[in-house]
Design a protein around this ligand. Sequence first.
Ligand code: HSE
Length: 432
Amino acid sequence: MRTRPLKVALLGCGVVGSEVARIMTTHADDLAQRIGAPVELAGVAVRRPDRVREGIDPSLVTTDAAALAARDDVDVVVEVIGGIEPARALITSAFEHGASVVTANKALLAEDGSTLHEAAEKHGADLFYEAAVAAAIPLVRPLRESLAGDKVNRVLGIVNGTTNFILDRMDSTGAGYSEALDEATALGYAEADPTADVEGFDAAAKAAILAGIAFHTRVRLDDVHREGLSDITAADIASAKRMGCVVKLLAICERATDGRSVTARVHPAMIPLSHPLASVREAYNAVFVESEAAGQLMFYGPGAGGAPTASAVLGDLVAACRNKLNGAKGPGESAYAQLPVSPMGDVVTRYHISLDVADKPGVLAQVAMVFAEHGVSIDTVRQKGKEGAHDGAWLVVVTHRAADAALSATVEALRGLDTVRGVASIMRVEGE
Ligand code: HSE
């Protein structure tokens, strides 16, 4: 084993960074054996240098992240700061100074992954980012390497723990959205500003990364159709229950059936209780990958948290260090397919629609005609009289599969009918 250590610059020492440092210290001997050389921290860049950081030599702590990332003696830079800048400039500088990079930065990868990949390629370095998607769950490496010889057609999953916790609470306790969000905040799942999670930005960034790798195509955050959770009501959850379904915030990346384009989307959807994703509770994540030769694969585990995210970072760190030692390089960006990313309107899906209607002759026929006029076939219709009302009813329609554009045009036309007093809820149905 080589005795001269490989040097690691740690950019960021928050929830994830402090766990990375702790594992590097406590598992130093094992890591050295697995890599073939000892690995040591060259420095730790932080915003608040006065904070006590147990287990970290204070002489390694600096507020000058730029100088640390640019040190010529650093072999691997670990970026766990997050956000677009200064992370992008620091990573680019690390490549320019000969280091490989391990990052957990989903926002940056989804926004401008190509700049990072190109810089890594130019300097013959590794860019690894297992921790950017679903923390400890191995997904990036299986897609990038294990399935590199197969053809992935679909990636479908729950990739945000906060929203899964909220929906699980709404389902199991009957709580409303705000109440469930308050509980998620009190337990530390949701952040003080929960927008990134509840509005689907976090899941959309992960969907962009997964779609890019799965389909060998550049997919950016802007290419991902995104709908969040904030409009979901206890009534939607109850409707799903009556259908034998649960509501989940899903990230869905699909190759079109003709193979010529792809789509990526994040939105709440009903899935049947019999689907394996329905049993993913609390803040857990799970992702289904469907590929031509392998068939269906499911990856499940903790998708957030300091230690689980650090586990993924450490796996990448070991791989990057091994490559440094052997003068080798891992896989770079694979975007050769360059498939166009189609808009949401082209996605083929099913809708569950609850309508508040007048209860009189001809209403059902009128509603059915609107579906027919838009080429949308109805699967089931259920009518329920409204309690206490003499002339009103709930009409619940579930459609067969149709283009999302046709489904949303149908809903718009239904809103225009005199006999339709309101569209109480619209939700896509997936996983059948
Ligand atoms: N906030 C994310 C979640 C974890 O709730 O899953 C980090 O991506």
